[in-house]
Write a protein that binds this ligand. Structure first.
Ligand code: ZN
Length: 283
């Protein structure tokens, strides 16, 4: 009796399907453990369900080998916009992670018009250390391989940013595995629209075409921050005509209830649809 039970246990644990289950389970656990650390309200049941579905795109690991996971939800519209949202490219902007988390959890509960991909922790090593940059001291939002990266990124950093170590663009374009991971996501998911969530400037910024009637979201006014050599806005909008909406929270007190997170997501989706209408008009 004992021997036969042991045989069942051993044979189950060595089957490939069991191995996959164990692997997926640990990714779900990692997702929950990481995302629960952020401040703000949580729909625990929906988050747990969303974390069961997260995946890791090939090569999406940090310098120190931490997994950069993502969550996908397919839209119901006949021609859904493909929206990629990411938070915590700057590891010390903890409240931004609460937005990625809330949107993932909400997408579990709704049938969205648009297709969404959410990458809640784009810089896991920085998030662990509470640093803006990754574990090699590179500001990933200056490391995107923009057409002008060449000398421009380092020159801009030295002259305009006075070699501020918080904004070091790296030794070369896309030198960092975290940047390469995001570039691979752009190739894999082919977003029509990108949302990048940050703190602490307290504004909404749009790298994209002039849109009329941008939706109002108190307490974050629309202000153009411009873009830089190696930044996401320059890489995706200026070089590739995929608009980037940057959400800069002031801090965790901007959004207190899940409804406010929902509203911010709906406003972002509305801007994506405005862009789509403009694109269709011009085609
Ligand atoms: Zn930031």
């Amino acid at each position: 009796m004992f021997l036969s039970s042991l045989w069942v246990i051993l044979s189950l644990s060595s089957s490939p399907s069991m191995a996959n289950q164990i692997q997926e389970k640990s990714l779900a656990d990692l997702c929950q453990e990481e995302l629960k650390k952020f401040p703000g309200p949580i729909d625990k049941k929906a988050l747990s369900s969303a974390c069961e579905k997260v995946k890791v795109l090939k090569g999406c690991q940090s310098v120190e080998g931490r997994k950069i996971f993502h969550y996908d939800k397919i839209g119901t519209s006949s021609r859904p916009q493909r929206i990629l949202a990411k938070s915590l490219i700057h590891g010390d902007e903890t409240p931004a992670g609460a937005v990625g988390r809330a949107w993932m959890a909400r997408l579990e509960n709704i049938s969205p018009r648009n297709s969404w991909r959410v990458i809640p922790i784009a810089n896991p090593d920085g998030e662990l250390r509470k640093t803006r940059y990754n574990s090699r001291g590179v500001d990933l939002n200056r490391n995107f391989p923009t057409d002008d990266w060449g000398d421009a990124a380092l020159n801009y950093w030295k002259k305009r940013q006075k070699s501020d170590p918080r904004r070091y663009p790296g030794n070369g374009p896309a030198s960092e595995p975290e940047t390469q991971c995001l570039v691979n996501h752009f190739k894999d998911f082919k977003p029509d629209f990108i949302i990048s969530i940050h703190t602490p400037l307290g504004v909404l910024d749009f790298d994209g075409p002039k849109l009329k009637n941008l939706p109002h979201f108190s307490p974050l006014p629309w202000i153009s921050l411009g873009n830089f050599p190696g930044s996401l806005g320059r890489y995706m909008w200026r070089d590739r005509q995929v608009p980037v909406l940057t959400i800069e929270l002031k801090g965790e007190k901007d959004l207190k209830t899940l409804e406010e997170f929902d509203r911010l997501q709906d406003i972002s989706g509305t801007v994506a649809l405005q862009w789509n209408r403009l694109k269709e008009k011009n085609n």
